[in-house]
Design a protein around this ligand. Structure first.
Ligand SMILES: Cc1cc2nc3c(=O)[nH]c(=O)nc-3n(C[C@H](O)[C@H](O)[C@H](O)COP(=O)(O)OP(=O)(O)OC[C@H]3O[C@@H](n4cnc5c(N)ncnc54)[C@H](O)[C@@H]3O)c2cc1C
Length: 287
């Protein structure tokens, strides 16, 4: 599958196939047993969400003169005005509502027809790896090929799915695919599970975390494998295969939501597209 992806899209993405020895040179934690080759991309980048969430308001203020209001909810959004829970009213030409998984509070009727649902994910993080050990690139394995649409056109996808259904049905049942990435502090984030549905349980299931860790152990050895932190997150996702939900329910009001599991990556492009659409007064995907 990787070879096929490489020959179709390798040039476009600057990715290339490397043999097992090179893969272990770039990523020393890879388990040797069973490793035949890897698809390597020099372009993958990650931001640390804990840093980014703090830095973005500052960047927006200093770079673009944006004011961020903390500690107040938007209670009502009408043409030309947004009413806040602390009594303030913000007057505006355009309001863009990006309320994430809370999609029922402000525009409940629109969301009834939106086809959006919730997705709960469980994640883990190790302590800093000892002695400055570095993972190298972000690492994923076979289950990830079933998760992302980029691999959908592969002629061997069905065979891989059939094999995983036979060998690891519980992984498919709980939407598990396993990614590992390391931050500057040396900690390795490991995830994740995907449970879909409107009612989200607040509890993290240890059996699902164990499935993630067991699969990780088949392809990656970490010098410090203990888990220091566990958490869950929720995002809004389309049940109809759409990569975003963009509607204008009233003049001057836009809802942008449903960016799913790639929202941190794709939102910057989507924001530009939507804003261009707001200027035109209409929006079409990719227009
Ligand atoms: C565990 C996990 C891992 C992920 N990993 C990745 C990844 O590796 N790469 C990637 O690209 N994406 C990833 N995502 C997806 C990404 O985080 C989401 O797609 C993205 O955060 C969605 O952005 P959003 O602005 O639509 O919603 P959110 O990020 O949920 O933001 C919505 C905000 O609106 C606020 N809000 C809601 N209602 C109101 C109101 N009435 N008034 C005021 N504020 C309100 C909420 O408090 C929230 O802060 C991950 C998500 C999770 C949960």
């Amino acid at each position: 599958m990787l070879g096929e992806f490489q020959s179709r899209h390798g040039e476009e993405f600057g990715a290339r196939m490397i043999n097992a020895a090179d893969a272990r040179r770039i990523c020393p934690g890879l388990v040797e047993d069973g490793l035949r080759a890897a698809l390597w991309s020099p372009h993958e980048l990650s931001v640390d969400p804990r840093q980014a969430i703090r830095a973005i308001p500052m960047y927006l203020r200093e770079g673009l003169g944006v004011t961020t209001v903390f500690g107040a909810l938007a209670n009502r959004v009408e043409e030309g005005r947004v009413e806040l829970s602390d009594g303030r009213v913000i007057e505006c030409e355009v309001a863009v509502v990006c309320s994430g998984e809370d999609f029922q509070t402000l525009f409940p009727r629109e969301f009834e027809d939106s086809g959006l649902t919730r997705c709960k994910l469980q994640m883990m993080r190790t302590p800093a790896q000892p002695g400055g050990w570095r993972l190298g690139p972000h690492v994923a394995a076979g289950l990830t090929l079933l998760h992302y649409k980029a691999f959908e056109a592969s002629s061997t996808l069905a065979a891989l799915r059939e094999r995983m259904e036979r060998e690891r049905p519980e992984y498919l049942r709980w939407g598990i695919h396993v990614l590992a990435s390391q931050n500057e502090a040396g900690e390795v984030a490991i995830g994740d599970t995907h449970e879909y549905g409107m009612a989200v349980e607040p509890f993290c299931r240890e059996d699902l975390d164990q499935l993630v860790l067991r699969y990780l152990g088949t392809f990656l050895h970490l010098p410090e494998p203990r888990v220091a932190e566990r958490w869950m997150g929720v995002y809004a996702k389309s049940t109809m295969g759409a990569t975003e939900y963009v509607r204008s329910p009233k003049p001057g009001v836009w809802i942008v939501n449903g960016v799913g599991g790639m929202g941190m990556t794709l939102s910057f492009g989507l924001a530009q597209e939507v804003w261009d659409g707001v200027d035109r007064g209409s929006w079409e995907p990719g227009a």
